[in-house]
Design a protein around this ligand. Structure first.
Ligand code: NZQ
Ligand code: ZN
Length: 386
C-alpha cells in the first residue's frame, strides 16, 4: 500500500426531514446565498423546505446553474456574493450545483483571474468561502469530496480542480428529496457511482485488503440497486437511501486512499461531454467497457477478482471469466437503459479525432493507473466503442 494522508471534514446529516437541521449548522449571523439549478428544486418543494429551515436569517438566492456548470454563469454568482457580502454558500441540487458552488467559493477571494483555478487544477487556491450542500441527485459524491468540474462555453473546455478548502462543511442527504428525479437521472446516478468505484478498484493488485473489500461491498450494493431501481416506485425510501449513501462513499476518498487509481475513463468522458454534450454518466458507459477490453491484460488480475468476488463467476477458463465479467459490465449499463456505444449518439470514426485533440490540448496524454494510456491508446478505446 502507498503512503497516504486522509482528510475528510464533511459532516453528513442523513435522512428524512434532516433539512430542518440546517438552522443548527449555520451561525446566527451568517449571510447565506442559496445556489440552485433550473426549476427542479422549486418544483419539488426542496427550496421551500430549505427557505423555511433558514428561518429569519438573512439570505439571498442565485438560480440558473446549468447541468455541466459554466464559468460564465458562475462568475455572475461571484458578483452577487461580493455585492451582497455573503459569507456562506448553500448549494441545493446535484453535482452541477455543488461543483459550481465550490468554484464560486474559491473564486470569490481568489487573487487573479478565477479560470486559472481550473488551469492549475486547484493548486493555487489558498482559501475559500465555507459551503454546505443539500443533495437532490445521488451520483457524483461532490457532497463529500473536494472536487469540482467546471465547463467554459467560450472555449469549449470542461476541466476539474480539487482543493482541501472546498470540502463542504456539511451535507444534508434526505432521500425523499430524490423522489422527483426523472428515471434518466436516477440511472445516471447509479452508473456514475459504479464507475467511481471502478476507477479506484479496477486497476492492479496492490494488496490493499480494506480498500478492495470496501469497494467490492459498494459494487455489490450497486449491482443490487441497479437490478431493482428501474422497476421500483420512485418513492421507495430504502432503495433511494441506499443509492444515496453508496454514491457518497463511492467518491469520498476512502476507497482510493493508498492505492493507484485509474480515472482514464473520466478524462475521456469529460471530453465527450465538452464536445458532444452527452450526460456525464452516459459518457462513462461508452468508455468504461471499451477501456476494459483495451486494457484487459493490464487489468487481468483485478478483472478476475471482480468476476469471482462480486459477480460470483467461478466456472470456465480465466479468459472466459474475464469475457463474462466485461459482458456483465455492459449489461449493467444497458439494464439501466444507458447505451454503451458512440453510435447511439450518432458519432462515427470522424467524431473521434476532435476528442483526441482535446485530450492532447488538456495534457491528458499519460492516463490510467500506470500513466501509460497515450492518446493513441485512448483512440483505440474510443474505436472499440463505435
Ligand atoms: O437544473 P435542475 O432543474 O435542478 O435539474 C437537474 C438537472 O437538469 C436535475 N435534477 C437534480 N435533482 C433533481 C433533478 N430533477 C428532478 N428532481 C431532483 N431531485 O437533474 C439534472 C442533472 O443534474 P446535474 O447536477 O447536472 O447531475 P449530476 O449530479 O449527475 O452532476 C453532473 C456534474 O457533476 C460532475 C460532472 O462532470 C457534471 O458536470 N462531476 C462531479 C464530480 C465531483 N464533484 O466529484 C465527479 C463526477 O465524476 C463528475 O465529473
Ligand atoms: Zn463521474
Amino acid at each position: 500500500m502507498d503512503n497516504f494522508e486522509f482528510y475528510n471534514p464533511t459532516k453528513i446529516l442523513f435522512g428524512k426531514g434532516m433539512i430542518a437541521k440546517l438552522d443548527e449548522q449555520l451561525g446566527k449571523q451568517a449571510r447565506v446565498l442559496i445556489l440552485y439549478g433550473g426549476s427542479s428544486a422549486e418544483k419539488s418543494g426542496t427550496l421551500a423546505e430549505v427557505r423555511k429551515a433558514l428561518g429569519n436569517r438573512s439570505f439571498c438566492e442565485f438560480g440558473g446553474i446549468e447541468a455541466n456548470p459554466t464559468y460564465e454563469t458562475l462568475m455572475k454568482a461571484v458578483d452577487v456574493v461580493r455585492k451582497e457580502k455573503v459569507d456562506f454558500l448553500l448549494a441545493v441540487g446535484g453535482g452541477s450545483v455543488m461543483d459550481g458552488t465550490k468554484f464560486v467559493a474559491a473564486a470569490v477571494p481568489y487573487q487573479g483571474e478565477p479560470w486559472e483555478i481550473l488551469l492549475k487544477q486547484g493548486e493555487t487556491v489558498k482559501e475559500a468561502l465555507p459551503l454546505g450542500t443539500v443533495v437532490t441527485l445521488p451520483a457524483t459524491g461532490s457532497e463529500m469530496n473536494n472536487i469540482a468540474v467546471i465547463s467554459r462555453k467560450e472555449t469549449g473546455d470542461k476541466l476539474a480542480f480539487s482543493s482541501p478548502h472546498v470540502f463542504p462543511v456539511f451535507s444534508v442527504l434526505d432521500p425523499t428529496r430524490t423522489f422527483s428525479l426523472p428515471a434518466r437521472q436516477v440511472a445516471n446516478g447509479v452508473a456514475d457511482s459504479f464507475v467511481h468505484v471502478m476507477e479506484a478498484y479496477m486497476t492492479l493488485p496492490q494488496d490493499a485488503m480494506v480498500q478492495d473489500r470496501y469497494a467490492e461491498g459498494l459494487l455489490l450494493s450497486l449491482h443490487d440497486i441497479a437490478e431493482r431501481i428501474t422497476k421500483a416506485p420512485s418513492d421507495d425510501y430504502d432503495l433511494r437511501a441506499n443509492l444515496m449513501w453508496v454514491a457518497t462513499q463511492a467518491l469520498n476518498g476512502l476507497i482510493g486512499a493508498g492505492v493507484k487509481q485509474d480515472w482514464a475513463t473520466h478524462a475521456i468522458g469529460h471530453e465527450l461531454t465538452a464536445k458532444y454534450g452527452i450526460d456525464h454518466a452516459r459518457t462513462l458507459a461508452i468508455v468504461f467497457p471499451a477501456m476494459l477490453k483495451e486494457r484487459r491484460e493490464q487489468k487481468r488480475a483485478k478483472l478476475l477478482q471482480y468476476a469471482t468476488r462480486v459477480l460470483g463467476l467461478t466456472e470456465g477458463t480465466e479468459d472466459e471469466r474475464i469475457d463474462a465479467a466485461i459482458a456483465r459490465v455492459e449489461a449493467f449499463f444497458e439494464g439501466l437503459d444507458i447505451p454503451v456505444r458512440l453510435s447511439a449518439y450518432e458519432i462515427d470514426q470522424t467524431g473521434i479525432d476532435p476528442i483526441i485533440a482535446q485530450l492532447k490540448e488538456h495534457g491528458m496524454t499519460a492516463l490510467g493507473e500506470g500513466a501509460d494510456i497515450t492518446p493513441e491508446i485512448s483512440r483505440k478505446v474510443l474505436e472499440r466503442s463505435l
